[in-house]
Design a protein around this ligand. Structure first.
Ligand SMILES: O=P(O)(O)OC[C@H]1O[C@](O)(CO)[C@@H](O)[C@@H]1O
Length: 256
């Protein structure tokens, strides 16, 4: 049991699943996604990038190859993309999704949506992206990671729960953390297009995967402090169907 310490009376308690290690947490999330697709083969999936979900995607590819699931009628929307990187740039989130998941399953490429980091008018593109999500009928299941500073997608501290898909500036700490994927911090784009917190909160169901002790404080503050702009993931308390899937390390600061 995890006590929702200091949460407001109208907060929804997230479900929390603690797994022995990152591999088990990744497999748990893959199983949940595969089960959801099998229950609704034409579902709309919200997908995340970053280091955290790579093992989950590898597990999903394994299940696809084993004939346990098909994606031919699934539509996907990714959370975010760096501005200035085209989809062929190896550090773009479009490239990541192709190489980690889409190129290995039967999803229709026309039904995979990632914000276009190369859009001529990123503000207009963000509005169009929202319209595309709405036209799809909305996201059925949204996968999230969490940043060390509590960000979800690229909604950095300061983001309100009413934010929509838009252009944002990345914080120096996020740029520094993500520099590990680039040759140097100087190469990390300073701006991105991201779904807003309000956009994310409209998903019917939300799964947040966090692994490693570097995420322990952000996880604890999200689950056990009053929601505030200081920790964007804390706004998830406003959603009635959120599950945090953690490894022991990411769960290690929770008051149990
Ligand atoms: O999984 P990582 O690499 O720790 O990243 C944390 C979060 O930051 C992002 O990279 C920013 O969107 C997310 O993709 C991810 O959920």
């Amino acid at each position: 049991m995890h006590k929702p310490v200091s949460k407001s009376a109208d907060a929804h308690a997230a479900k929390v699943i603690v797994c022995a290690d990152a591999a088990a947490a990744s497999r748990t999330v893959a199983n949940m996604i595969v089960a959801a697709v099998n229950a609704n083969p034409s579902m709309v999936l919200g997908l995340a990038t970053g280091g955290t979900p790579t093992a989950t995607y590898a597990n999903i590819v394994d299940d696809y190859r084993a004939g346990k699931v098909q994606f031919k009628d699934v539509t996907s929307f990714n959370l975010d993309e760096y501005i200035g990187l085209s989809g062929t740039h190896p550090q773009s989130f479009r490239y990541f999704m192709q190489s980690e998941l889409f190129d290995h399953i039967d999803i229709d490429p026309n039904n995979t949506f990632v914000p276009d980091g190369d859009a001529r008018d990123p503000d207009a593109h963000a509005i169009q992206y929202e319209a595309q999500i709405a036209a799809s009928g909305g996201i059925d299941l949204q996968l999230l990671g969490i940043g060390h500073n509590g960000h979800i997608a690229f909604n950095e501290p300061g983001a309100s729960p009413s934010t929509r898909t838009r252009v944002v500036e990345l914080t120096p700490s996020t740029i520094e953390k993500n520099a590990r994927f680039f040759a140097s911090a100087d190469e990390v784009p300073k701006t991105a297009i991201t779904m807003g917190i309000g956009t994310i909160l409209e998903a019917k169901k939300i799964l947040l995967l966090a692994t490693g002790d570097g995420k322990a404080e952000a996880v604890r503050r999200s689950l056990q402090e009053a929601a505030s702009e200081a920790i964007p993931a804390s706004w998830l308390e406003q959603h009635p169907d959120v599950t945090f899937v953690l490894d022991e390390a990411a769960a290690s600061e929770l008051v149990r």
